[in-house]
Design a protein around this ligand. Structure first.
Ligand code: KIV
Length: 279
């Protein structure tokens, strides 16, 4: 079914059932207006912890807090009607123990209305995923490049080349067996992404992975050209809104300095307008 013909937002069970079907479409969102723009076009929208880098100017996602996620989650929820909302668990909100993860996942869902949470990690998070799913929290897993672990991974490198492939494959099977309803595969070689997609029973959502994944996700500010600090290889720029916005700002600044703005049509007459006039 196409996104526009849908009657209600899909839930985790619907998303899981899309394995092997029409590719799932997803983007990140952090604000109400952006969520509104994608509601007709996406199957699910992720309130990603990338919000820290994209909107708050942080150098990594490590400084993102529960409070930031809740605030942005509430904003995104106001813009969504037809797409499912998934929300990221921020760094240090779930790794300590399954019960810490449950407490914070339940809070994120209750306070934002998200239909599922996403967390990073493979084999080492399988016990936590199982704990959450058994207690009613749908989990989207995230393996391959996991940005919350850049300090142990040594940077934003491709994950799963050569001997490392077995580790990423084991992660995929571990999170699927633990009950995750889908799996984000970030920055892994295409052949490995294809193998994982063929082997696991849950939808794989690629970002820097493969067109054979069961779905794709991008950071919206990357693909519309608002975030220009750097551009990963896996990003396709569908628009260049950043330069467009800067040109508009520069034109405004020049017009203000030249007293060309506001013009007559932007100011109010001294006399009350006659009826029917907007002035
Ligand atoms: O935080 C995020 O935006 C993400 C996506 C890149 C998958 O995790």
């Amino acid at each position: 079914m196409s996104a526009t013909a849908r009657k209600r937002a899909p839930n985790a069970v619907d998303i899981r059932a899309r394995k092997g079907g029409e590719p799932l479409v997803s983007l990140t969102a952090y604000t109400t207006p952006m969520a509104r723009l994608m509601d007709d076009h996406c199957d699910f929208v992720l309130v990603g912890d990338s919000v820290g880098m994209v909107l708050h100017g942080l150098e990594s996602t490590l400084g993102v807090t529960m409070e930031m996620m809740i605030l942005h989650g509430q904003a995104v929820a106001r813009g969504l009607d037809k797409a499912m909302m998934v929300i990221d668990m921020p760094f240090a909100s779930y790794e300590e123990s399954p019960s810490q993860a449950f407490r914070n996942a339940a809070r994120l869902m209750a306070e934002t209305g998200a239909g599922a949470i996403k967390l990073e990690g493979g084999v080492e998070m399988a016990e936590t995923i199982r704990f959450l799913v058994k207690r009613g929290i749908p989990v989207m897993a995230h393996i391959g490049l996991t940005p919350q672990s850049i300090n142990t991974l040594g940077g934003y490198k491709v994950q799963g080349r050569d001997v490392q492939a077995q580790t990423v494959l084991a992660d995929a099977h571990a999170v699927a067996d633990a009950g995750a309803f889908s799996l984000v595969l970030e920055k892994v070689p295409q052949g490995l992404a294809n193998q994982i997609t063929a082997e696991v029973a849950i939808p794989t959502i690629g970002i820097g992975a493969s067109a054979e994944c069961d779905g794709q996700i991008l950071v919206v500010d990357d693909m519309v050209g608002f975030f220009t600090a750097f551009k990963p290889k896996f990003v396709k720029r569908y628009a260049e809104l950043g330069p467009l916005a800067e040109a508009a700002i520069a034109e405004y600044a020049a017009e203000v300095r030249a007293r060309a703005f506001p013009a007559d049509e932007h100011v109010f007459a001294d006399q009350a307008p006659s009826q029917g006039s907007a002035k």
